[in-house]
Write a protein that binds this ligand. Structure first.
Ligand code: ATP
Length: 268
């Protein structure tokens, strides 16, 4: 059951100026960025629907990370447009502003506070999302405690909440970091290689977690593990040399001759 139907106040907060009336939450058009003349992103178009779970695949160097860097304000593009909903031009926003708008990013390597408990990591994250004063001085409201309890259930770490994060398995650290994003109410989650280094069981659990987030959240997953992508993907976008090479269901892209030639047919 989707979280907002259980506890409506736990659904992601919608930024006041986010307009998804046309159902598209992320518009990327004609995007280009070059590093020393090399086009890492080359006239790229990408449209992601509100509530979608989209997988982004592509060989090393295809431009996946650079695209995430531009969406989150880490890298400036040379030309193109990137909109969050109908009205928010992300290219005019700074990295912290973009995070505040409700775009959360999880990098491949988990970056939890190892010397803090699981609960404290989530507490710090929920407070940090409200600003520095809040982080230093405020105590958790009842609603925030409930949200943390809910997220602990969702990420499967309720029993480990008093353990130090450093004692968690690699997979559990990845889930905790996803939880740290979730307590901050993201509308759009960008998740880089979530299952790298996970056991088969952890991978399966991660697939369940990410699919359960879609609907209330929009989730874009960058992943090299094709079995995992097949297990979660509705729509897969294949990047190649900074552009979209193919898009569709996993079967469609796997049977696309261009994809077979440049990516899936290779040793990747
Ligand atoms: P991977 O799967 O290996 O993470 P990727 O699809 O994420 O690859 P990017 O990291 O976006 O690919 O890189 C795209 C291309 O741009 C690569 O050829 C990379 O070397 C180049 N590139 C990325 N960032 C920079 C930079 N800051 N300066 C110079 N070249 C860069």
């Amino acid at each position: 059951m989707a979280p907002d139907r259980v506890w409506p106040f736990l659904a992601p907060e919608v930024p006041p100026d986010l307009d998804v009336s046309k159902n598209v939450i992320l518009y990327v058009e004609g995007l280009t960025v070059a590093f020393d003349g090399f086009k890492a992103i080359n006239n790229l178009n990408l449209y992601v629907d509100d509530g979608e779970l989209r997988c982004l695949i592509g060989a090393n160097g295809a431009g996946k990370t650079t695209l995430m860097d531009i969406i989150t304000g880490k890298t400036q593009c040379d030309s193109g447009t990137v909109y969050f909903g109908q009205t928010i031009n992300l290219l005019q926003r700074s990295e912290p502003e973009i995070a505040q708008l409700g775009i959360g990013r999880k990098f491949q390597k988990p970056t939890v506070f190892e010397a803090q408990t699981v609960f404290a990591n989530l507490e710090l994250s929920i407070k940090a999302s409200k600003g520095i004063w809040y982080t230093l001085h405020a105590s958790l409201s009842a609603e925030q405690r409930e949200k943390i309890a809910y997220v602990l259930q969702l990420i499967g770490l309720a029993e480990q909440q008093n353990m130090l994060a450093g004692a968690l398995s690699h997979g559990q650290k990845q889930w905790l970091e996803i939880g740290m994003l979730l307590v901050a109410d993201p509308k759009l989650l960008l998740i880089d290689e979530p299952v790298a280094g996970m056991t088969a069981q952890e991978t399966e659990r991660t697939a369940e977690l990410l699919t359960s987030l879609a609907g209330d959240h929009t989730v874009i997953v960058v992943e090299h593990d094709m079995e995992f992508v097949r297990s979660i993907a509705r729509t897969v976008t294949v990047l190649h040399q900074g552009s979209v090479l193919a898009e569709g269901t996993m079967d469609e892209v796997q049977n696309n001759p261009d994809v077979i030639e440049v990516y899936l047919g290779s040793d990747e």
